[in-house]
Design a protein around this ligand. Structure first.
Ligand code: GLN
Length: 191
């Protein structure tokens, strides 16, 4: 069984713990660089991306996270997707540049400012919870779009990393977490 770390500095990490269990992984909360050693993959949850960036810095986790991501899969949801993006606007803030997408924070405004919607994932409908979600404005040529909402990409992967702008940990559908576990199990880690 694969051990999936869940960054537990801030945000809805507890819901991811249950979702990882449902998908057949072993979840562990990550608060220090040492916690990362036990993990085969890492989830960066939703929450507030500016706060999470600051906490990563305060806990001296930014560099260890980068190093982890150089070898193992990382999955970011909502604020986590903002942290993993190539560039971030509205407002501009630093990011880890692990996946070649540009995101605009809080870009849906009232249109879907926190609601359950149906997105399309591989021709199938999927219930998706959006909470002050970012919009993916650009997807690089190396990235694959796995789900869209009204034509916007909302689930994207590139190599071993993956993001969703919605919260798959808040619905019973396990497809997104299963996909991440599959990536963790099958992708060769780069030394
Ligand atoms: N709006 C938040 C941000 O910009 C993200 C919201 C979420 O993670 N649900 O960080």
């Amino acid at each position: 069984m694969k051990t999936i770390g869940i960054l537990a500095l801030q945000g809805d990490f507890d819901a991811h713990r249950k979702a990882v269990e449902r998908a057949g992984g072993r979840p562990v909360e990550v608060r220090t660089a040492k916690d990362l050693d036990a993990c085969d993959g890492l989830i960066v949850p939703g929450g507030e991306s500016t706060t999470m960036l600051k906490l990563l810095d305060i806990e001296n986790l930014t560099e260890p996270l980068r190093q982890f991501a150089g070898r193992k899969p990382v999955f970011g949801t909502c604020a986590g997707a903002i942290l993993l993006a190539h560039s971030v606007t509205s407002p501009t803030q630093p990011s880890l540049n692990l996946i070649d997408i540009d995101v605009e924070r809080n870009a849906y405004g009232r249109q879907i400012d926190s609601r359950v919607a149906h997105v399309e994932a591989g021709g199938q409908p999927m219930e998706a919870v959006f909470i002050r979600a970012p919009k993916i404005r650009r997807v690089g040529p190396g990235s694959t779009i796995l789900a869209t909402y009204n034509g916007d990409p909302v689930w994207v992967e590139q190599g071993r990393h993956m993001v969703t702008t919605f919260h798959p940990e808040l619905t019973p559908d396990s497809r997104v977490h299963e996909r991440f576990l599959e990536k963790v199990s099958t992708l060769p880690s780069r030394a």
